[in-house]
Design a protein. Structure first.
Ligand code: CTP
Length: 247
């Protein structure tokens, strides 16, 4: 018995002569899944085998974005620093420790993604000479020399191909909008999400979003899952614009 035709095998009903306006409306309404690379959580920069520099990031915001993106049908790769968070269903997770690990993993994943959402709280400095063995206590003052880490967001932004879009976060305790807008320009981003230090490790947050060329949007304060649900349509809008070759 002949099997029923699959939808992809059915004759296309659309007339070959489609008015230009309808064609562009169709492109605008494109809902094909995106390949989204998300980073979350802190990094650890080891001083010796048992001590490290880090921050209080819990990864909750990045994990909420990953969960929400997967629920909306997107293909999600989540690069996570050391956090205690369950892997959201359908998400491909890569665990990393240091900023250097995150850079390596992100560069690899960026080759096949079309959107980067950089929610991780990457350490800006790493010990210049980490000790091979546990440092011994001494009565003397110790000086820790630090070297800057690579900026993962700026690095991936500089390596982007046509159609890829880059969304960063900014954590600011002063002059939030001005500092975040400056980061958007300096790192060549398509959009930036501004949050405050009170968001670190918390279940809720208050964010504002700046899409390049548009005005600031303040999202209603809420839980991180709720915020992720509000951010996803913006991320999709920015990604579709980049996919259409819009500036
Ligand atoms: N970021 C990054 N790599 C770093 C530092 C930051 O990719 N080594 C990314 C963060 O993930 C975030 C954005 O850059 O998406 C802004 O991070 P933020 O901590 O607000 O600012 P910095 O660029 O680190 O600058 P500063 O600490 O001076 O505010």
């Amino acid at each position: 018995m002949k099997r029923p035709a699959r939808p992809s095998e059915l004759p296309r009903r659309r007339s070959p002569i489609v008015p230009r306006a309808a064609r562009s409306a169709e492109r605008f309404a494109d809902r094909s899944p995106l390949r989204i690379l998300i980073t979350a959580g802190p990094t650890r920069e080891y001083i010796d085998p048992v001590r490290f520099l880090s921050n209080d990031s819990s990864g909750k915001m990045g994990f909420a974005i990953a969960r929400c993106a997967a629920q909306r049908g997107h293909a999600v790769t989540l690069i996570a620093g050391p956090v205690v968070q369950p892997t959201p269903e359908g998400v491909q997770r890569v665990d990393v420790v240091s900023a250097a690990d995150m850079l390596r993993a992100a560069r690899r994943a960026w080759k096949s993604a079309n959107v980067l959402v950089m929610a991780a709280a990457v350490a800006d400095y790493t010990p210049a000479d980490p000790a091979r063995f546990k440092l011994k206590k001494s009565a003397r003052t110790r000086v820790l020399r630090l070297t800057p880490t690579a900026d993962v967001l700026a690095d991936l932004s500089a390596r982007r191909r046509v159609g890829q879009c880059v969304i960063g976060f900014a954590l600011e305790d002063r002059a939030g909008r001005a500092n975040a807008a400056e980061k958007l320009r300096r790192k060549g981003l398509d959009a930036i999400v501004l949050n405050r230090p009170t968001a670190i490790g918390a279940d809720a947050s208050r964010v504002e979003v700046l899409v390049r060329g548009a005005a600031w949007r303040r999202l209603p304060a809420g839980g991180k899952t709720e915020l992720a649900e509000r951010l996803l349509p913006i991320i999709e809008e920015v990604a579709r614009a980049a996919g259409r070759g819009c500036p």
